[in-house]
Design a protein around this ligand. Sequence first.
Ligand code: B12
Length: 587
Amino acid sequence: MDVRAVDIADLIPEDLPDGREVVAEGRALGETVEMGLSLYCEEKGVVSERGWREIARERSIPCTCMNIGLNTWSETREAMANIYEDALSRGIRPPDRFNLIAERRMGLPKDKRREAPQETGPCLWTEQDWWEMTHTVPIQPEAADNMIGGPGSLDNALDALRVGITTIGVVSQYTWRWPYWDDETSQLRNVLRAGGVLASKKDRGVVFDSYLEDGYPGVFHDYASYIGWAMLERYVVEDLMGAAYASSWGGLTQNPIVKSAVTLALEAVNPDRVPISFLQGDTIGNTRDFDANMAVLVNDLMYVKMTDMRYRLGCAPLAVPVTETERIPTWQEVAQVQSISRKCDDYVPMIDPYVDWEKIEAMRDRLVEGGRRFFRNALDAMEQMGVDTKDPGRVLLVMKRLGPETCEEMFGAGERDDDQIRGRKPVLGTDLVSQTMRKRKELLDGLAERGEAPGCRGRRILVASTDVHEFAKFLLTSTFDAVGGKVIDCGINKDPEDIVEVALETDAEAIVITTHNGVARSFGRKLMDELRAADMDVPVFMGGVLNEDIEGSDVPVDVRDDLGRLGIATPDSIDVLVGAVGAIGPH
Ligand code: B12
């Protein structure tokens, strides 16, 4: 795409304030905040998590991380205490840190949280809840998912600092849309203010963390674009806002060698050596065979740990429970993989000397070169478009509104190649995209062989995702395309009302929903209510992760039967879905 074809007026709304001023407001507010001290920092004799990581990397002390987020905060708090005790009883060091996998409602301003739809994960409702985050056991929390990025960013940044949380994220989530929230300007204003608050505490070791895959890198085709994107985030956070920036990453990469190279490339573009907060374990090599997932876990951990120790990164590898394909893990499942993680530390010095690090470094160098090109291309293009690239708000908004496809097409480092989806040959193709493309080929080959689904030809099929997960949506749209359906791609992060509106406008003959966030039943119910209210009788299909939190269970439960009772079909696979859509009677 040509830069001149992009109209800057479409990207920047007239009412967008000067980002520098908004950051300054946040900074002034931050100066007034008194920071707390967590049990963990107290135990380690430091004032921030960053402080301890810098010591740990000098002394080669391995740190570990876990994700945790059960149905409610009280269940999560109990789980934390159990995990801590479990480690002591096994005679191992408890985890160093946890990311709170909070529910999406935490991304909204405080006064909007109660009325928004409940998904899976806990919310922190009171000051006491926040205080308990840092004072239940000496495990340092990161205020992670849904804390900064949404319209509730400022509230969360302040609450987190007050209780002694010093690593707060998630930068990349500023690209997300929250349910029923469409005021992008106020969302961005909140992110900038929160950034200013964190900037005011940079000298106290406070870090503004990103988890790259939560944002556009999660759907990039080229790892070099990951590096370029991290450079852009760092430019905005460090150079324009004045806060410290860390890029965590890793969940969507299966190949351990590639993971080491990308990690080293991220370190190479980290001039202040802010320790990478956590390296997420592989989540895409996992299958429904939980025993087999042990192999995924150990291979991933070994390379991440070797990279961390050899290059003194001071990061915290995050062991992913083997049940993760299915649902949010229980505390026992988290404790189990923490124990495996600590055991892996013993093997690092045995294996490390025999790994061909030169090859990994060569891969790193190619990625760094490509990442720098992406970064330069992006800033040059913005300047050509007339964007004030010294304004953090404008840079963030333009990147967001361009979207991942356009960003990669326009700024990507790879050579032009029309046969590639993004029009470029990746410097190093990303694992999840390759995996999805393989699945797509299998699906299409299977359908072609069976010559199935003539009934789909010409049908108007609406496909939408209720949340940020979009790989399944890609599979669904490309499959229906391939069998001759008229696909209406309704997009991601959709509310039921959005879907019904588009279904009405397009006179859709089938509605296909992919959903993952543990909201299947309430979303389905609302969707059916809205369809009835619009007097629309159209078959609805749902798939993905069909579960929901219910009272009395600390993890989400399967709700397929409930969906069936609501009149929503839940085919087992896309194959079966295609047959079912093909069999719909005449419109
Ligand atoms: C990739 C991923 C992400 C990426 C998404 C990147 C992107 N832009 O798409 C990122 C990192 C951003 C992410 C974020 C989150 N994620 Co996530 N994510 C995953 C992961 C690892 C893989 C999902 C995926 O894309 N797979 C590849 C695709 C092709 O396969 P699939 O989605 O499984 O779909 C297959 C089938 O399910 C089926 N299918 C899917 N849809 C449909 C629809 C129909 C009609 C049919 C018939 C079939 C069908 O066909 C597909 C092909 O076989 C899963 C865990 C896992 N290993 O599966 C967690 C997982 C889905 N995520 C989860 C969660 C909770 C989240 C968050 C809410 C966390 C948080 N609190 O912030 C956020 C989402 C926030 C938001 N704003 O929406 C949970 C859901 C838990 C639950 N419901 O019990 C999971 C299971 C991980 C876990 N165990 O905790 N995630």
